[in-house]
Design a protein around this ligand. Structure first.
Ligand code: ADP
Length: 450
């Protein structure tokens, strides 16, 4: 009872039944009156005709004449004398008007009895003959033709009902079928099969629904793939420092070992532990950036000053590699989350230094351009292959050129930077820098709506 199919069928059948009822009521209302009028006129004129025929045939006996008329007429007739007694021979369908009507007609009036449920249409006419009053009643006999046409109408209505209902049975299947396919596909997807695709060449709402469903399935499949990759990457990133920690710890168990080797092993263990700790911090940061609803604490501050501070904070790294840091900083004020943006510049500048060889050059430029503040950090280091310039913003992605573990980090820095820039409704992109290096551009809206 609860299936959509049953509901549609019941609804349509209900609509057919209601329409048929309305149609028959309307036809009765529209055609009954004119029909009764025509019938009344016909009965009256027939009665008058009989009276006239009698009058024009002089010398004829009234009762035998009327009996003859009665036997050949398509109507049933009866004649009453002044006392209200029927004078003609009774036929199969006796004409029995009530006494009141007979009296009325004997007194010279015309009686009409038409449209009364269960009684045959009948009229009464006064029929004075030689000073005596008679009442002539003419009545429609049960009419074969009339019954036949009624039967035909009824058959038509039933046929319409039956054909309509069976067409609805078939049509409802047609409507419900794509929904059933959609339900099955959704069920498969709920079980984790994201490869479901619904084939359709329809362009109506069902077609659009299928297209949206396919799109959703593809997106979910992509998300699922990303999730798997993410988990695999996390495991891999954690596994490699753990392997070296455990390897070097085993090596340290050997009793005979020079102090120098011991320090070397311990340093590696320390570095690898730091690395693990950085990975977990970055993962936590990325996850909180992605899931906190309103992490942006917006305030006005000078971007050029912030960049200067970041350069100073990273001084040990760039001066250690004798990298020349060039600053070209216009005074620019932005409304943004200062701590978060500090993280972005630290990551970008840190990468610039990391992926640029000794005595290289890193350039930082900030300027305002109409409605945006633009920060560009350019280096002349190893650069990023063109086909990877969007992928590097995904978690754990490392460009092939930077596979060297001594240099590359966890591959989370740019994802964190992108997440923060996105939250500020800004843009971040990587391009080729001068001499094959990299150039990172961050565009931030000057006035924030946050
Ligand atoms: P990582 O911790 O590996 O630096 P990031 O997310 O910061 O992680 O960077 C992702 C990858 O993007 C890096 O491994 C590197 O391949 C590439 N990359 C980022 N910045 C630069 C740069 N300035 N020059 C060359 N490659 C870069």
């Amino acid at each position: 009872m609860k299936s959509l199919y049953t509901r549609i069928v019941l609804l349509f059948v209900g609509v057919i039944v209601v329409s048929l009822i309305i149609a028959s009521i309307a036809s009765t209302l529209l055609f009954q009156k004119p029909f009764e009028q025509t019938l009344e006129n016909s009965l009256l004129s027939n009665g008058k005709q009989m009276i006239q025929t009698y009058r024009s045939s002089a010398g004829t006996e009234l009762i035998p004449f009327m009996n003859n008329v009665s036997s050949i007429s398509i109507y049933a007739i009866q004649l009453f004398d002044a006392s209200g007694k029927p004078l003609l021979e009774a036929r199969s369908e006796p004409v029995v008007p009530d006494a009141e009507r007979i009296r009325h007609v004997l007194a010279g009036g015309v009686a009409r009895d038409i449209g009364n449920e269960g009684r045959y249409p009948m009229v009464g006419l006064p029929f004075p003959v030689d000073g005596k009053s008679y009442a002539l009643f003419v009545m429609l006999k049960s009419n074969e033709l009339w019954m036949q046409s009624n039967k035909e109408v009824n058959t038509e209505l039933v046929t319409v009902f039956l054909i309509g209902s069976s067409l609805v049975l078939a049509a409802a299947r047609f409507i419900v079928k794509p929904l059933l396919r959609l339900r099955d596909a959704a069920g498969r997807m709920a079980q984790g099969h994201f490869d479901v695709q619904l084939r359709t060449n329809r362009e109506d709402e069902i077609g659009q629904l299928n297209a949206s469903f396919n799109e959703m399935a593809q997106e979910l499949a992509k998300l699922d793939r990303m999730r798997r990759e993410f988990v695999a990457n996390v495991s891999h990133e954690i596994q490699s420092p753990l392997t070296s920690i455990s390897g070097f710890a085993k090596a340290l168990k050997q009793k005979r070992m020079s102090e120098e080797s011991r320090m070397y092993y311990l340093t590696i263990i320390e570095e690898e532990s730091d690395r693990l700790s950085r990975i977990s911090q970055n993962l936590l940061r990325l996850s909180s950036l992605q899931h906190d609803p309103h992490p942006v604490q917006s305030a006005a501050f000078r971007l050029d000053e912030q960049l200067r501070k970041v350069v100073i904070a990273l001084e040990p790294q760039w001066s250690g590699k004798e990298i020349a840091v060039e600053l070209d900083l216009d005074p620019v004020t932005v409304h943004a989350d200062e701590d978060q943006l500090g993280q972005v510049w630290t990551n970008l500048l840190g990468n610039g230094i990391k992926f640029t060889p000794v005595r290289g050059r890193v350039r930082i430029r900030v300027y305002a351009d109409g409605r945006s503040a633009i920060v560009r950090i350019t280096d002349n280091g190893i650069g990023i292959p063109e086909d990877q310039r969007t992928d590097i913003f995904k978690p754990f992605h490392k460009a092939d050129k930077a596979r060297d573990r001594a240099v590359s980090g966890s591959g989370l820095g740019l994802s964190i930077a992108k997440q923060i820039v996105d939250m500020h409704e800004g843009e971040i992109r990587a391009d080729e820098g001068p001499g094959g290096g990299s150039s990172f551009t961050v565009k931030l809206p000057l006035r924030k709506s946050l």
